[in-house]
Design a protein around this ligand. Structure first.
Ligand code: FES
Length: 128
């Protein structure tokens, strides 16, 4: 909102606060697209970038199986079939959980891995 004397702008400059960006200049990030393949079929969903694979699949008819949602049980493990470069890298906690549960390090935890851009296709496993 503009003021007659531009006092907000002057105060922002004075205190080193960045000037407000016009809403039109702020671009929404491009949506990402996740495809999940399971024994129940294949389903694709779009979502905001940097969403976890588990969060995106939660909006699907058949979401990825999950347990703890905090990277400790390994239930949400998925195999990346396509678009691995569009998924965030794994961290020590994710690798440790996979190792503790006897899963190959090539799998990813859907509750930990984020789809940062573009699209990806993963294979979900059923509960054992
Ligand atoms: S839901 Fe438990 S590790 Fe992802």
């Amino acid at each position: 909102m503009a003021t007659p004397f531009g006092i907000r702008r002057r105060l922002r400059r004075l205190f080193g606060i960045p000037l407000e960006t016009p809403a039109a200049a702020v671009q929404a990030p491009a949506p990402v697209s996740l495809t999940v393949v399971s024994v129940k079929g294949e389903e694709t969903k779009e979502a905001a970038a940097e969403s976890t694979l588990l969060a995106i699949s939660g909006k699907m008819k058949h979401p990825i199986a999950s347990g703890c949602s905090d990277s400790s049980c390994g239930t949400c493990r998925v195999e990346v079939l396509e678009g691995g470069d569009n998924i965030s890298g794994s961290d020590a906690r994710e690798r440790a959980t996979l190792k503790e549960n006897g899963y190959p390090s090539t799998l990813r935890l859907a509750c930990r891995a984020e789809l940062v851009g573009g699209s990806a296709k993963v294979k979900a496993f059923e509960l054992v």
